[in-house]
Design a protein around this ligand. Structure first.
Ligand code: ZN
Length: 325
């Protein structure tokens, strides 16, 4: 009887563990997002007190996850910023490979937004940047925690929260020129910017869809899991808009993944009013669906797991597509 009881208990643990873990991820992402997008952080404007608080929070999280620091002493990577601000700071931590490896996967998510901008006819002046990109940074933190708990990876994993993105991709450009592990050995940059907060989906697309040769690899990873790849034409309009451009223009593979509007089962979702990106209305609201957020995170996890095992053979076929004209 005792053995049977134990087996039942063990079976329950094995069965329920994935649900417990996913629930934990959802809670963690929500907590991070709500803090980073709160009015206390004043819209995380470049050079502001609010963005310093955001950087401090990210560094504290990296510390509690026990990521490694740059030169063993700091998570901050300061870089010169043009104009009045003078200096800004990426926040970066990493997990070292099990055996010596120069290769790395770099996760990026920008943590800056537009700060406080007073306008006569507007009551709310804080650009909270909840979808763009507090939730992306929250996902970056949660991925760091998940990978740290998963044990030592085969290649290095870098978690890079960038600053100065909205004003010209400054933080990511600086990292590519001052990387922790050699830039020419970066397997791929997986950028998180624009996360799905509308609920579970079954289609996805990749920025960029041209000028690189790894779209088939991504399909090989995700399509057997029930995901459908789509390729809307407007994707090409954003070739130089994400932190990925800083990597791609130097010939380093990089992608941003978004989910589409197709619900599980094939129906197309009704659009939700989630407030405008790049306006004071980009805030966390009650109609956010955290299941969708957690699911989106899993897509990044699958892609990273694959490229840790298959680190060679992908490339940028046309870096000029990602250079500012
Ligand atoms: Zn963004």
């Amino acid at each position: 009887m005792i053995n049977f009881d134990r087996r039942v208990k063990w079976g329950l643990i094995v069965l329920l563990l994935p649900f417990v873990l996913h629930a934990q991820s959802k809670n963690n992402i929500r907590t991070h997002t709500e803090y980073l997008a709160s009015d206390k952080l004043e819209g995380r404007g470049t050079g502001s007190r609010g963005i310093r608080l955001a950087a401090k929070y990210i560094a504290e999280q990296f510390k509690s996850i026990e990521l490694q620091q740059i030169d063993g002493n700091s998570f901050y990577q300061k870089f010169p910023f043009p104009g009045e601000v003078e200096m800004e700071s990426n926040v970066v931590g990493f997990i070292k490979a099990s055996a010596p490896s120069k290769k790395s996967i770099v996760f990026t998510a920008h943590y800056d937004s537009f700060g406080i901008q007073k306008q006569e006819d507007q009551k709310d002046t804080i650009y909270n940047g909840a979808r763009d990109n507090a939730v992306g940074v929250a996902a970056l933190l949660e991925l760091a925690r998940i990978f740290k708990n998963a044990g030592t990876p085969r290649h290095n994993l870098v978690f890079l929260a960038t600053a100065g993105e909205e004003l010209g991709l400054y933080g990511s450009k600086f990292y590519v020129d001052h990387p922790i592990f050699p830039s020419e050995d970066i397997i791929i940059c997986l950028n998180i910017d624009g996360f799905n907060v509308s609920g579970p989906r079954e289609d996805y697309f990749i920025f960029p869809r041209q000028g690189v040769d790894f779209i088939n690899e991504v399909k090989t990873i995700l399509n057997p899991l029930g995901w459908h790849y789509i390729s809307p034409d407007w994707v090409d309009d954003l070739n130089t808009s994400f932190d990925t451009a800083s990597f791609l223009e130097k010939g380093i593979p990089a992608l941003t993944l978004w989910t589409g509007d197709r619900l599980k089962g094939g129906k197309i979702a009704e659009p939700l009013d989630l407030g405008g990106i790049h306006t004071p209305k980009d805030e966390v609201t009650d109609n956010w669906n955290w299941e969708g957020v957690e699911e989106h995170l899993q897509l990044y996890k699958h892609i990273a797991d694959y490229f840790l095992e298959h680190p060679d053979g992908i490339s940028v076929t046309d870096p000029t597509m990602f250079m500012e004209q």
